[in-house]
Design a protein around this ligand. Structure first.
Ligand code: HAM
Length: 423
């Protein structure tokens, strides 16, 4: 146990972590261009927030939350998603008092007690955005467009944007009734979960993964067919705005999403080839959520994109991300005095802004040069007692193995010239 991480979690090691940094930086840059500001909410919240926010009949709340009583007997949950916490922070910090809409983004770990498999973990990371305070259809298109823009900048292929409307509470009520009527005589054939949720949340039967439920719901009434004229118009306008910015989409009447808060636009960005977990990004509008969490009626919309799934996709499509920076220089030393001098030189050069690696194990010169090769440095400084006595060091060009003697005072200038010119 001591050397095993909990099931469904991952260590992100050097070599891999640079990819994460790159993806996070790109997310921050894209958000900046679209005028979204970062928000960081706690990793845990009061359980009540998710019961209300995400919905009591969702998979997340029914079986996936990491909930516990803390030492003060408070019911706490590790956040399974970022929308409800962002809504809570919007209300608690009165962000609604600022000019609207409020446009936020977040990047961070989420926790769900899910059955782990490729692309599905118990601790995973989301990059998400949320917009509060506008029901304008262009905002729906902007949110979908931002996700596509981010993914396109990474050069991903074969992405599919699926959209649907789940309507307003009135449409949903109508749709729920027609679904209950439709499934009434098929109830016994539905899977156990769907049979159980027919009365409470029949909408979820439409995205059940069981082949039989899928077959049974083939001709079920769609959310679009139950949508009121106003919701139909909104959906139509979203499509017009999407077309305006060149986003190709498919209307998927079965797309209903697994969280209860959605109203109107729901969308997912899917990619083939990463196993069963093909949803890279999911989101939609949630015009009732802020009121449900205790605020004034305020429209909202957003998405979250799974970072692990994104990395799997990048690997699967063999898209390389920029490599991490190699050190500018390696310092090798021979003898105790030279080791001391190399220690000081390394720190002086680091303070000047160079990335410096050195020997820490008093290895032989041959072994140190091998280490330098492993770091893929262009140059190694070799400090020997004889050269040091004369205030000099050897500079070795690792590619050609040539060595020249330079004085310690010239190193900085020399490196600056050579590295700038990328010689
Ligand atoms: P979600 O569909 O539950 O939506 O999750 C969004 C994305 O997070 C998924 O498409 C997937 O890439 C990733 N994801 C979810 N669960 C896991 C898991 N167990 N392991 C790895 N990745 C996972 C939400 O969370 C909503 N809060 C999205 C949203 C924001 N809607 C409006 N605003």
């Amino acid at each position: 146990m001591l050397t095993t991480r909990p099931r469904g979690t991952n260590d992100i090691l050097p070599g891999e972590v640079e990819k994460w940094q790159y993806l996070e930086e790109l997310a921050r840059n894209v958000c900046k261009q679209y005028g979204y500001h970062e928000i960081r909410t706690p990793i845990f919240e009061h359980t009540e927030l998710f019961l209300r926010g995400v919905g009591e009949t969702t998979d997340i709340v029914e079986k996936e939350m990491y909930s516990f009583l803390d030492r003060g007997e408070r019911n706490i949950t590790l956040r399974p998603e970022g929308t409800a916490p962002t809504v809570r922070a919007f209300l608690e910090n009165k962000l609604y008092a600022q000019p609207q809409p409020t446009k936020l983004f977040y990047i961070g770990p989420m926790f769900r007690y899910d059955r782990p498999q490729a692309g599905r973990y118990r601790q995973f990371h989301q990059f998400g955005i949320e917009v509060f305070g506008s029901n304008h259809p262009s905002v729906d298109a902007e949110v979908i467009g931002l996700a596509c823009d981010y993914l396109e900048r990474l050069g991903l292929d074969n992405l599919e944007v699926h959209i649907n409307t789940v309507g307003c509470p009135e449409c949903r009520k109508k749709h729920k009734e027609s679904l209950i009527a439709f499934f009434e005589d098929k109830k016994d054939q539905l899977c156990e979960t769907c049979g159980g949720r027919l009365e409470k949340n029949p909408l979820r039967i439409l995205d059940c993964k069981s082949p039989l439920c899928q077959e049974l719901s083939e001709n079920a009434p769609t959310t679009l067919s139950s949508a009121c004229p106003e919701c139909q118009i909104h959906f139509q306008q979203v499509q017009e705005y999407l077309t305006e910015i060149g986003i190709k989409y498919t209307i998927n009447p079965r797309l209903v999403r697994g969280l209860d808060y959605y109203t109107n636009t729901a969308f997912e960005i899917l990619v083939q080839g990463i196993g069963a977990q093909s949803a890279l990004c999911g989101g939609g509008r949630y015009n009732g959520l802020i009121e449900q969490c205790g605020g004034k009626p305020t429209p909202g919309i957003g998405f979250a994109l799974g970072m692990e799934r994104l990395l799997l996709t990048l690997n699967q499509q063999e898209k390389s991300l920029p490599e991490s920076g190699t050190p500018d220089i390696f310092i090798a030393s021979i003898g105790a005095e030279a080791q001391k001098a190399s220690f000081k030189l390394a720190i002086d050069l680091r303070k000047k802004g160079f990335i410096v690696e050195k020997d820490y194990l008093d290895k032989s010169l041959k072994a140190q040069l091998k280490t330098a090769d492993r770091f893929q440095v262009k140059y190694t400084l070799i400090l020997g007692e004889k050269e040091l006595a004369g205030g000099k060091v050897l500079l070795r060009d690792m590619a050609g193995s040539e060595q020249i003697e330079i004085s310690i005072s010239e190193i900085e200038d020399f490196l600056e010239r050579r590295l700038q010119k990328n010689e």
